[in-house]
Design a protein around this ligand. Structure first.
Ligand SMILES: C[S@@+](CC[C@H](N)C(=O)[O-])C[C@H]1O[C@@H](n2cnc3c(N)ncnc32)[C@H](O)[C@@H]1O
Length: 247
C-alpha cells in the first residue's frame, strides 16, 4: 500500500502531467516522446531499463494516457479515427519495466553513487505505486532480475520508446543488445545517463551506445538534451518501418 506521501505525490503528478510538454527534465522528455509517437502514429511499446521505485515509469504512463486520451476523447479532430489512425489506436502499448529490484549490480565504474546495491527498491512496492495510477497487468510487465538474464521477456511488438535509466556501461550494453531487434524506424531512445562520468566517451552510456552503433546498422539522430545529463535520440533503422512486427 503506497504511503500517504506517495499517494499525495501521485495526485500531484497526475495534475502536473498537463504541463509536462515544456519541461526540460525526464517528465518533459517522456511527454514529448509520447506526443511524437502519437503525432507520427508509431505503434509500439514502452521499455524502461532501470525502474527503481517506478517514478519515471509512472510519469511515462501518465503522459501516454494524456496523449492517447486526446485522440480518443476529442470531438473536433481534423481527421477521422479510421485507417492508419484506427490501426495506431488499436495497439494498446505495453509498459515493460526491467530492474534487478536488488539495486545496482557489481561494477567497476568507480562512482560511489552507483555502487553495488544502491537504488534498492522492492518489486512489490513499485507494483503498488504503479497500480495507484492504474498501471497494472496486463499493460504493465515488471521483469525482476538482471537484464542479461531476461532477454526472453522482451515482447514481439516494435519498441516505440526505450528509456535507458541504468547508469552503467555493462547494464546499458545489455539493455541495448536486448532491445536492438525491436527498434524500428523512428523509435525514440531516451538515455538518462548519457553524460555521466564527465561525458567520457569511454565510459557508461556513451561507450555502450558507441559500441552498439559500431556493430549494428542502426543510426541515431540527436533529438534533444534534457535534465542534467540526458539525451534523446531518434532511431534510423534500415528496412524496419515499424508497420510489421520485427523478427
Ligand atoms: C537510477 S535508477 C532508475 C531510476 C528510475 N528510472 C526512477 O524513475 O526513479 C537505476 C536502476 O537501474 C537498475 N539496474 C542497473 N543495472 C541493472 C542491471 N544490469 N540489471 C537490472 N537492473 C539494473 C538498478 O537496480 C536501479 O534501480
Amino acid at each position: 500500500m503506497p504511503s500517504f506521501k506517495d499517494r499525495a505525490r501521485l495526485i500531484y503528478w497526475q495534475l502536473r502531467a498537463r504541463t509536462h510538454f515544456n519541461r526540460n527534465d525526464v517528465h518533459g522528455a517522456l511527454h514529448r516522446a509520447w506526443a511524437y509517437v502519437h503525432a507520427t502514429q508509431l505503434s509500439g511499446d514502452y521499455y524502461e531499463f532501470g525502474v527503481y521505485r517506478g517514478h519515471s515509469l509512472i510519469s511515462s504512463w501518465l503522459s501516454y494516457r494524456r496523449c492517447n486520451g486526446r485522440i480518443l476523447n476529442s470531438k473536433d479532430l481534423p481527421y477521422e479515427r479510421k485507417g492508419s489512425v484506427a490501426n495506431f489506436m488499436s495497439h494498446q502499448s505495453m509498459f515493460y519495466g526491467f530492474d534487478s529490484f536488488s539495486g545496482m549490480p557489481e561494477n567497476d565504474e568507480g562512482e560511489d553513487t552507483l555502487a553495488t546495491g544502491t537504488f534498492m527498491a522492492t518489486e512489490q512496492s513499485t507494483r503498488e505505486l504503479c497500480a495507484a495510477v492504474g498501471l497494472k497487468a496486463p499493460r504493465l510487465r515488471l521483469v525482476p532480475g538482471f537484464f542479461s538474464d531476461n532477454a526472453h521477456a522482451i515482447g514481439s511488438a516494435p519498441a516505440a520508446i526505450v528509456h535507458l535509466d541504468c547508469d552503467l556501461y555493462l547494464s546499458t550494453r545489455d539493455a541495448l543488445n536486448m532491445i536492438g531487434p525491436r527498434l524500428v524506424q523512428g523509435s525514440v531512445l531516451l538515455c538518462d545517463d548519457h553524460d555521466l562520468f564527465r561525458a567520457s566517451n569511454d565510459k557508461g552510456q556513451r561507450r555502450a551506445l558507441r559500441e552498439f552503433l559500431e556493430q549494428s546498422q542502426i543510426e541515431l539522430e540527436p533529438w534533444f538534451a534534457y535534465g542534467a545529463a540526458s539525451r534523446a535520440y531518434l532511431c534510423h533503422v534500415p528496412n524496419r518501418d515499424g508497420q510489421t512486427a520485427p523478427q
